[in-house]
Each structure stands twice: as structure tokens, then as C-alpha cells.
Ligand binder design. Structure first.
Ligand code: PHB
Length: 388
């Protein structure tokens, strides 16, 4: 009899313990925000954080029923510090999910660590083709783009405009190289020829010698990948050298997104391609822009949208697993099946976990990257090397 009572008590105790453990698992969800908060990409990191937090606030501060705790790391867009930074989040802070980052070189180190540890990673910008190519994994997602996507579209547009020769000038690292490759693929398929590829080391902004070389070579067009502070300086230098009058400067929309206040006159009339634009005028985009402006007293840009959509994707995965992010297959399955109701326009996530999305052609008018048309509808990254 006593034994039975003891056994019952023990069972009750064990159940209580399990319940406590269950409760602990459903405590706050730790989100590691690994982003650049200093250097040439600092403004991009802030916009991503803002966008993410806006979506969480819209959901009452909770995703999948769990309150959110943020742990922030400034990655300084420095690949040499990336492995240490991401491992601090995974091993010391024990985060449930990592959201980051902007710089492709840093993102590749993060993807490697995420793949090894199984921690969920959502990339809210960095376009490194490898992240949803050879490094693709069940627990790695991207809410932004691959470097190939807007670049390939710009190549097609430039060829359609009758340009025959182009020179490229970009930062020498994965994002610049892959952007140029994507442009070259689209441009040369359309009958154009990339005649010379120029680079400067990241994050240098000394362009004079190369601008002189472009002026002497007189290609039909120039294609460049720069972003943030570097894009401001480059677009201004290109115009100051008088090149914009005769040789159109093309690029992925990062060249003019979030930068127009500072670029002013120098960017007027520029054509770029991107998965977001001003003047979309959809109810979804208008409500997002109104809410963002109200919360941050700022106009949103593509980076804010990508942060917002990272939170939407996380919310979809957590809703399907009732807040239990360790249910990897259900978490991924829900995101793979979803149509994400983005301010950019609804998109889906391909098997490699990269957005399948419309790429817009935009033209700079005043302080806006005005939508001209859809350059390519529902463009999927080729996901070369991804075996999922
Ligand atoms: C990248 O490194 O992948 C990158 C950085 C800034 C951008 C776009 C891509 O605006």
C-alpha cells in the first residue's frame, strides 16, 4: 500500500518535472541578432533590426506564443571575426535562432556554424549564392535574395536596352563577384559583352583611378555592386567625374536603396533592379510603410522589408510547431509551403530556402526608387550545388 502511494507520488512528481521542463522550453525565445551596427553597412543593420521588431510588435511581442528576448552582436561586416561572433551566440548565449547578416563573407561563416550546430539561421540580407547553394540546409533560410537574382535581371534589362559592351566595378568579395557573374550571365545571353571587370577591396572607397580608366575605355554601360556608405560615395564620385552623362551606371538596387537622401542629384534617373521598389501602391506595402514610419520616424527601405519578412518566416515556422523550434522538419515544412505576405509582394520559399520573387526595374526620381515595371516575374535562384 505504502509502496503504491509512494509510486503514485513519484509519478506525480515526475509528471510535474516534465511539465516544468516543458514550460522552460516554452519560455522566452532567444533571438540572436548578428548584424553590422558599425562601418559601411551600419544603416543596413539598423533597418533590418527595425523591420524585424516591427513585425514582432505587430504580433503583440510574441511569435508562436513565445515572448522574444534579443541578444545583439555587432559583426562589423568582418569575416575574420564571424566564427567567434556566431559561436558566442550559439554556445555561450544558447540562442534558439540566429537572424543575420548583411555581409556575404560573414554570412558564409554563420551558415557553416548553423549547419554544424543545427541552430536555425534566417539570413535577412547577405546574398552569398553558396548559402542557398552548396551550403543549403534544412535549418538555414533566407528572407532576402541571392546575389545572382537582381544581377541577372539587370543583365537582361541592359541587353534589351541595346547596350553591347559593359565594364563592371565592384568591391572584391563574394557579393561583388557573384553580382558581376549574374549580370554577365544575363547580359551575354542577351547579346552583350562584359569587356573588363574592375574591383576595389572591401570596404575601400577610392575610385578615382578606376573612373579614369572607365572614361578612357567608353563602354556602353557600367555595372556596379556597392551598398550603404560605399554606394553613397561611389554614385557621387561617378557623377562628379561626369560619367553619368554618357555612360549609364547600372546595378542591383542596393546602389540606390536607403541612400538617396545622401546621393541627391548624383543618382537622378538611375535604373536598378531589385525585389523591392517605391510606389508599389499595394495595400500590404502601404500598411507596412505607414507602420514603419510611425514606429521609427523613418522611411523603410529594402533592408527593413527583409528584416520584417525574417520575422514573418520565423512566425510561420513557430506557429506550425506551437513555439517548439526544435521540431526542425515541421518548422521547415511550414515555411516551404507558405506564401509569405511581404510588402514587396507575396513570395514563396524554394526548396533551397531562398525567396522565389518578382524583380522590379526601378528608376530614381527625387528621393524614390520608383517602380518602372516587373523585370522578371517569380525569379528563382538556380540554387546550383544545393542537395536537399
Ligand atoms: C552582401 O554582402 O551579400 C551584400 C551586402 C550589402 C547589400 C547586398 C548584399 O546591400
Amino acid at each position: 500500500m505504502t509502496t503504491r502511494i509512494a509510486r503514485t507520488t513519484l509519478t506525480a512528481l515526475a509528471l510535474a518535472c516534465i511539465a516544468t521542463v516543458g514550460h522552460a522550453q516554452q519560455g522566452k525565445l532567444k533571438v540572436g541578432l548578428m548584424l553590422p551596427f558599425s562601418g559601411t553597412y551600419a544603416a543596413l543593420g539598423v533597418a533590418i533590426e527595425n523591420g524585424f521588431k516591427l513585425r514582432v510588435e505587430e504580433q503583440g511581442g510574441k511569435l508562436g506564443g513565445r515572448e522574444i528576448e534579443y541578444i545583439k552582436v555587432d559583426d562589423e561586416s568582418d569575416p575574420a571575426k564571424a566564427t567567434d561572433n556566431v559561436n558566442k551566440l550559439i554556445k555561450r548565449d544558447n540562442v534558439d535562432v540566429i537572424v543575420g547578416t548583411v555581409h556575404s563573407g560573414v554570412a558564409m561563416a554563420m551558415a557553416k556554424a548553423a549547419k554544424e550546430s543545427g541552430t536555425v539561421l534566417i539570413v535577412p540580407n547577405a546574398g552569398a549564392d553558396a548559402v542557398t547553394g552548396p551550403m543549403c540546409a534544412q535549418n538555414i533560410f533566407r528572407s532576402s535574395f541571392s546575389n545572382w537574382q537582381p544581377a541577372y535581371a539587370m543583365g537582361e534589362v541592359a541587353a534589351k536596352q541595346g547596350k553591347k559592351t559593359a565594364m563592371t566595378l565592384t568591391w572584391k568579395y563574394a557579393a561583388g563577384d557573384e553580382s558581376v557573374n549574374g549580370f554577365k550571365e544575363g547580359f551575354e545571353k542577351g547579346g552583350g559583352k562584359v569587356v573588363k571587370q574592375l574591383t576595389v577591396p572591401f570596404p575601400n572607397v577610392e575610385f578615382q583611378a578606376l573612373l579614369t580608366e572607365i572614361a578612357a575605355a567608353k563602354p556602353d554601360a557600367v555595372y556596379s555592386f556597392f551598398a550603404g556608405g560605399g554606394a553613397v560615395k561611389f554614385v557621387k564620385d561617378y557623377a562628379a567625374a561626369g560619367l553619368n552623362k554618357n555612360i549609364p551606371l547600372y546595378g542591383p538596387g542596393f546602389l540606390t536603396d536607403g541612400t538617396l537622401d545622401a546621393q541627391g542629384e548624383s543618382a537622378q534617373g538611375m535604373l536598378t533592379t531589385l525585389h523591392y521598389a517605391d510606389g508599389l501602391n499595394t495595400p500590404r506595402d502601404i500598411s507596412f510603410r505607414t507602420a514603419y514610419a510611425k514606429m521609427f520616424k523613418l522611411q523603410p527601405d529594402v533592408y527593413a522589408v527583409q528584416g520584417y519578412d525574417a520575422a514573418q518566416m520565423l512566425a510561420i515556422g513557430l506557429a506550425a510547431t506551437k513555439g517548439d523550434i526544435s521540431k526542425k522538419a515541421e518548422f521547415a515544412g511550414a515555411i516551404e509551403k507558405a506564401k509569405i505576405d511581404s510588402p514587396r509582394g507575396a513570395f514563396t520559399i524554394g526548396k533551397s530556402h531562398n525567396p522565389v520573387q518578382d524583380i522590379y526595374l526601378r528608376k530614381v526620381e527625387g528621393k524614390e526608387n520608383k517602380m518602372v515595371n516587373v523585370a522578371i516575374k517569380g525569379l528563382a535562384d538556380p540554387a546550383r550545388g544545393c542537395k536537399l
